[in-house]
Design a protein around this ligand. Sequence first.
Ligand code: AHR
Length: 522
Amino acid sequence: MSVPVFAHLQRHVRKWALAFTAVAALIAGVLAGTSPASQAAGSLPCDIYQSGGTPCVAAHSTTRALYGSYNGSLYQVRRASDNATQNIGVLSAGGYANAAAQDSFCSGTTCVITVIYDQSGRGNNLTQAPGGGAAGGPDNLANATAAPTMVGGHKAYGVFVAPGTGYRNDHTNGIATGDNPEGMYAIFDGTHYNGGCCFDYGNAETNNNDDGNGTMEAIYFGNIKVWGYGSGNGPWIMADLENGLFSGVNQHLNSGDPTINYRYTTAIIKGEPNHWAIRGGNAQSGGLSTFYNGVRPNVSGYNPMKKQGAIILGIGGDNSKGAQGTFYEGVMTSGYPSDATENAVQSNINSVGYGNGSSGGTGFPSVGSKTSLRATTSCCTGDYIKHDDADSNVVIAAVNSSSSSTDKGDSTWIVRSGLANSACVSFESANSSGKYLRHYNYKLQLAASDGSTTFQQDATFCPQSGQNGQGFSLQSVNFPDKYLRHYNYNVYIASNGGSNAWDSATSWADDVSWVPASPWAP
Ligand code: AHR
């Protein structure tokens, strides 16, 4: 059915007027000195979409409210010790997650995220995904402490999706069906992805099966090349439209879709009759770029779309669950949002300061400097990470001003740009030139680089704010659920509550928090 030209124009004029109002409101807030950290009511993502005439019909976040007036629960955690659950809310209306409530509830045990509440009032909560056509279920639930972050100067946790993890809602309210228009954005950790199918957030089948081309429309993030892909080696933002991840109009390569891997990446997909777009940007600063804006793919079955209106997170439409990634927040809208509305949402995202105070480069000793890494567990606050002289073991041991010069050198590290990722760091021994801290079979050792990709990854760690509030926690770049941790005076990469002895939940936050101290051997 064709839309009368006047009605069409009216719709666009209204959209622009509303988007202008949203942007003007944002600018007014800044001019009025509104503190971004206080998340002024009326200026959060779903308020902006509402003003743009494309309201949120689902709003999920474990880090913050997405409406200025939202004062409810963000998510629910369940602890392993007694299976009790607790809702985690916001610190104030329109504010940030109360991560301290999670920390105290989960202290000494492990927790998983059981529910991610929908803030839109439509009850579109995400819970443990059931089995589907591609894989049985129920899927795993995310470890609640595996994706610590900072937002608005506050500690918070994202949703860490390891392969096998998935959330879904097959009985939704207000989510687009058929060829109806919708938009969605999500903030992901752009360094956590893989080539499995499919780390998605968005619209999918209500029966957990592959129901054919065009039966889903979700944001995909990762570097799988089975279907579509963009330029470079990935990861890419693509649209999962079922039986195909699309980077543009073509089935396979669309070079306009770039590799994008900001630590905090904003990813957008939106679709309306025979029209859709991919947009993305750095959630920490700057605007959005449009990577595709045009007609539906030149492959049959995607025009018109046959969306079914379920919501998935971390999995494909048929419950394919080989992918990994980290989700911080995301929404789905009714109606096709204007670019101006999304740009205003991105301004809000920029303003909250994802990652400030938590990642490499923001407080961690700079590349080229020397440091000694002090343990923070009460047993061991005089102990530092050091290598043995007789073997290649890496341990924690007491070092002080009376220690031998050998011990001082053994506990001093030169901070190097991460061998596998320059956004992270590697540690070269100060007295064994060319040898680095690396993990091998999950245990830390000192070794010379053999130049392999495996070595480079095993020797690269990404600093985050210390999980006990002190110093830094050092996340393994190739095992992102694992952190540098001391256990029985040895040093490992460990995951909270995992299957190895050194994964013990006891003293977890303290054992993975390290203070970079003045180097013992300057
Ligand atoms: O479209 C890519 C994937 O193909 C979908 O997520 C899944 O349902 C199917 O296996």
